[in-house]
Design a protein around this ligand. Structure first.
Ligand code: MN3
Length: 204
């Protein structure tokens, strides 16, 4: 995704706070980006501070590799590092409401060979995101030469499984509860018009 290293900073949104309405409200986006993501950034920096040997590692390496620190400290770095990575990637995967155009080129070819059709792919992605019990994400990932859909708990990241993250679908309640309360499916069904498939294609 990028090559950020310690100390990590909050990446500004690549669009205005009301750009995703009505799918994601301005209020939800302020909380999600300015409060939740900022907290992950701050906690990641605090967790890394005592370990200078980790300060030159990229966020990708911090998530993908075992760390030479005690177990609880490693868990703290992985959890908050996942929070930074997953949210930063997710916000990049969106674009202003209604500006989404369907995937084309290499991404569309991989979707068709991996899931037979774009419609089937979207159904499976929403199904996987509905399956998350408690907090977590539905994920589109690349595994060598094909795409996979999976779901992971909390802020776990596919990099730790040797997979390339392409699209996180955040189903923590903070992602949707202000607008959709318990209706997770309505939130998931609203996301189509804000998907930035051009950006996701650059991750292949
Ligand atoms: Mn979130």
């Amino acid at each position: 995704m990028n090559h950020m290293t310690y100390p990590f900073t909050l990446e500004p949104l690549p669009y205005s706070y009301n750009a995703l309405e009505p799918a994601i409200s301005e209020e939800t986006l302020h909380f999600h980006h300015d409060k939740h993501l900022q907290t992950y950034v701050d906690k990641l920096n605090a967790a890394l501070k005592p370990f200078p040997e980790l300060h030159d590692m990229t966020l990708e390496d911090l998530l993908a590799k075992p760390l030479t620190v005690p177990g609880p400290e490693e868990r703290e770095i992985k959890n908050n590092g996942g929070g930074v990575y997953n949210h930063t990637l997710m916000f990049r995967c969106y674009k202003p409401y209604g500006e989404s155009i369907p995937p084309e080129g290499p991404l569309m070819e991989l979707i068709q060979t991996s899931f037979s059709s774009f419609e089937s792919f979207m159904e499976q992605l929403i199904q996987a995101s509905m399956t998350v019990f408690g907090s977590g994400y539905g994920w589109l990932v690349k595994d060598i030469d094909h795409l996979k859909i999976l779901h992971l708990p909390n802020q776990d990241n596919p990099l730790s499984m040797g997979l390339k993250p392409l699209l996180p679908v955040d189903v923590w309640e903070h992602a949707y509860y202000l607008q959709y309360q318990n209706r997770r499916i309505d939130y998931l069904n609203s996301l189509g018009p804000i998907m930035n498939w051009e950006y996701i294609t650059t991750l292949l």
